[in-house]
Design a protein around this ligand. Structure first.
Ligand code: F6P
Length: 382
């Protein structure tokens, strides 16, 4: 029987519980045994109760839950070779030779590194007497399958990451709340949203909530002109009769000199044109709470495909990442997707912003173009 361990790693995202549920149940359906690896990579390193078998009933009710019930953590030990040796030993002792990791690009890179080191880790464990040659003989090859769980939608080669739409939904709900008080007082609000180095949440929230302006890292405005431009747009909307002003700022927003654009700077501009302005930083409410239908569906379909990918993997095929492109569940070489994701940062650093947009994915690029078009004919209404 194939033994698969499933883990969630990095920042939690709504839909991670649904992933674990899908892997456990699809695993059982395909006659495998599934182990829950608790607290991210710490579960592998520490073993014991943090690496334990899961049954069908253990994941009952997990489909809609937010967060991750098997925990997630930043594991420093796994970054060290001795930590990975302990992890390999724990896996061999339990007969586990496949790992399904749901996390961001850092967690998935760690998994792929572990796979490439696996034969040498086993050799070292035998050489140091931690395991016998007979114990390791059956476990020559480690299978890794990646699923992307991240509210930021920040992975290239997939249209959506698990959790992004739940987070977007939450942001829209919050902005709707803010809008009613803003319009009552005729106030301006600067709403800061998450997304670290990726502006997808900011962009989509801006479109979905009819914001006056959006600041995201991939499309930085001119360092010299953004303040005046912002004031002009917001004043024009006011003159057309809008009673509220909403500006969305992604936490990683930059200008074209790569200097951060902060919510406070944006607020200062709005105050200068006479608007009574407040800043709301949405923070972790964006990451918690239950998963929207799309994320439940995505997590379930991808979790099932992850088990299939484990069963179909060979020692020669690169580790796959399960993605979704044009509505279809697809498998991509994990490290190629990670490399493309990293080149977004490189393109931004080289001030090649169009390239950065293109590298992220086509959906992102097209949505942005559409938005620009809309804003050109904007009459200030929502
Ligand atoms: O990557 C997910 C994310 O929520 C980012 O949007 C945000 O910058 C970061 O994690 C916050 O991390 P932490 O929860 O460690 O503060």
């Amino acid at each position: 029987k194939k033994r698969i361990a499933v883990m969630t790693s990095g920042g939690d995202a709504p839909g991670m519980c649904a992933v674990v549920r899908a892997v456990v149940r699809a695993g059982i359906y395909y006659d495998c045994e599934v182990y829950g690896c608790y607290e991210g990579y710490s579960g592998l390193v520490q073993g014991g109760d943090l690496l334990r078998k899961m049954d069908w009933d253990d994941v009952r009710g997990w489909l809609s839950l937010g967060g991750t019930l098997i925990g997630t953590a930043r594991c420093m030990e796994f970054k060290e070779r001795w930590g990975r040796l302990k992890a390999a030993k724990n896996m061999v002792l339990r007969g586990i030779d496949a790992l399904v990791v749901c996390g961001g690009d850092g967690s998935l890179t760690g998994a792929d590194l572990f796979r490439s080191e696996w034969p040498s880790l086993l050799e070292e464990l035998v050489a140091t007497g931690e395991l016998s040659a007979e114990q390791t003989a059956k476990y020559r090859h480690l299978t890794i399958v990646g699923l992307v769980g991240s509210i930021d939608n920040d992975m290239a080669s997939t249209d959506n990451t698990i959790g992004a739409y739940s987070s977007l939904e939450r942001i829209c709900e919050m902005v709707d709340y803010i809008d009613s008080t803003a319009a009552s007082h005729s106030r301006a609000f600067v709403v800061e949203v998450m997304g670290r180095h990726c502006g997808w949440l900011g962009l989509m929230a801006g479109i979905s909530c009819g914001a006056d302006a959006i600041f995201i890292p991939e499309r930085p405005p001119s360092a010299e002109g953004w303040r005046e431009e912002l004031k002009k747009v917001c004043l024009r909307h006011r003159e057309k009769g809008r009673r509220k002003t909403t500006v969305i700022v992604a936490e990683g927003a930059l200008d074209d000199e790569l200097q951060p654009i902060t919510s406070q700077q944006v607020k200062d501009c709005l105050v200068e044109i006479g608007l009574d302005t407040r800043i709301t930083t949405l923070g972790h409410v964006q990451r918690g709470g239950s998963a929207v239908a799309f994320d439940r569906m995505l997590a379930t379909m991808q979790g099932v495909d992850a088990v299939r990918a484990v069963l179909e993997s060979t020692p020669d095929t690169p580790s796959p990442m399960i993605g979704i492109v044009d509505g279809k569940i697809v498998r991509q070489p994990l490290m190629e997707a990670v490399k493309l994701t990293k080149s977004v940062a490189t393109a931004i650093a080289a001030k090649k912003f169009d390239e950065a947009m293109g590298l992220r994915d086509s959906t992102f690029k097209e949505s942005y173009a559409n938005f620009l078009d809309i804003s050109k004919h904007d009459d200030g209404s929502q």
